[in-house]
Write a protein that binds this ligand. Structure first.
Ligand code: MN
Length: 161
């Protein structure tokens, strides 16, 4: 055992480029994953950057950015999400609740809660999402699941966008 700091491949500082109101937040040296449409309309106009993912952390921190009017995948899973909105406004479905959010709001997605984040039409929306590094695969809704969700008028309206 030693108290000497270990060398680390991760630099002490990675700057975020936020130039331009509509430009995406981009961190130096972090890959941007663009979610490509696959014809199933499961999500729209979403990018992901994994900011922290390392063997000595039990969690991962990711940044998602959603273009105006875009939305993340409607899904559920056993792992939880701790979400901090960094920019923009929108609405989220969390379980059976539809919430409106803005910058710096916190959203908690409990285990097995259906969830989706939708950006308002007036600008991009970005959020940090903390998750377990080891986690179960998301489940997508079946036609029956969707029918059940749509029995709630507020959820039905949310899912229409
Ligand atoms: Mn999720």
């Amino acid at each position: 055992m030693t108290d000497e700091p270990t060398t680390d491949e991760m630099p002490a500082l990675r700057r975020c480029d936020t130039a331009g109101a509509d430009a995406g937040h981009r961190w130096a040296g972090v890959d941007v994953k663009v979610y490509k449409p696959d014809g199933r309309d499961l999500f729209q106009d979403v990018t992901r950057q994994v900011l922290f993912s390392r063997p000595d952390l039990a969690g991962e921190l990711r940044y998602f950015e959603v273009a105006p009017g875009g939305f993340t995948t409607l899904e559920r899973h056993a792992h939880v999400h701790a979400v901090l909105i960094l920019r923009g406004h929108g609405r989220a479905l969390v379980g059976r609740e539809v919430v409106r959010f803005g910058p710096h709001d916190l959203v908690t997605v409990p285990p097995m809660a259906w969830h989706q984040f939708r950006a308002a039409g007036d600008g991009p929306m970005g959020f940090l999402c903390m998750v377990d590094a080891v986690r179960d695969k998301p489940q997508l809704p079946t036609a029956d699941d969707l029918a059940t969700l749509r029995t709630d008028p507020a959820i039905a309206a949310f899912l229409l966008g």
